[in-house]
Design a protein around this ligand. Structure first.
Ligand code: CA
Length: 230
């Protein structure tokens, strides 16, 4: 069997590791497994995989340390796995540069969907573009070259900030963005703690682009973490 992609899987619970390894293998990955952060880092530096699947709770070190370490030298895709109780750590790991997360327990379809979204994004970054300046969702069209947002051809007026939030979200489609990441990108590094800005602008943006702003279909809230555009 030929493999398109390589993955390093770092997870100390044997059963969970088997389960994920099987799912990755059937998605076409060649998988290298590790039980500790230390082993994992060794595998990562020797294999230079396309994807790292990383449990946050490891016996020797926090998974976050692995994320920080990898991000000093590589942009490779990182998907973190966390228990429900790790909420703060999860946000920290995403802010440190992890691409997305899954909360245990999760199903194989969820895992596969996350991986597809992450790989799409990392291929885009590596220049294998499916970059299209036009983007469509529901009745909304976004023309990135002309900075124009329309609903069935009618122009929707967005403020510059709303437009920047929207384009950040759509260029990271299917991926979670933390409050901090959005604030940093749109307002700058000195504003990363001002989540209240974001809530206000997000509400405004939803009113303009969501059919039912109170139950949004495109800009989803990830409680305590951030937003995900789908
Ligand atoms: Ca664990």
């Amino acid at each position: 069997m030929t493999h398109n992609f390589q993955a390093v899987l770092i997870e100390d619970e044997r059963q969970v590791r088997r389960y994920i390894a099987m799912a990755l293998t059937s998605s076409g990955f060649q998988v290298w497994e590790a039980e500790t952060a230390k082993q994992g880092l060794t595998e990562i530096s020797t294999r230079k995989p396309d994807l790292v699947v990383l449990d946050l709770g490891l016996p020797d070190q926090d998974g976050i340390e692995v994320v920080r370490h990898v991000r000093t030298w590589s942009n490779m895709a990182i998907l973190i796995l966390s228990a429900r109780t790790d909420e703060t750590q999860k946000v920290e790991a995403l802010d440190a540069g992890a691409d997305d997360y899954l909360t245990k327990p999760f199903g194989v379809p969820e895992l596969e969907a996350r991986i597809r979204a992450i790989l799409r994004r990392s291929q885009r970054q590596n220049g294998h573009t499916d970059d299209d300046p036009y983007f469509e969702f529901g009745a909304i069209q976004v023309d990135l070259t002309r900075r124009r947002v329309t609903r069935l051809g009618e122009e929707i007026h967005l403020t510059l900030t709303e437009y920047r939030i929207l384009t950040l979200l759509i260029t990271n489609k299917d991926r979670v963005l933390t409050h901090r990441q959005i604030l940093k990108e749109v307002w700058g590094p000195n504003h990363v703690d001002r989540s209240h800005y974001l809530r206000v602008f997000m509400a405004g943006l939803r009113r303009k682009i969501e059919e039912t702003p109170a139950s949004p279909k495109h800009i989803l809230t990830e409680t305590g973490i951030g937003y995900r555009f789908v």
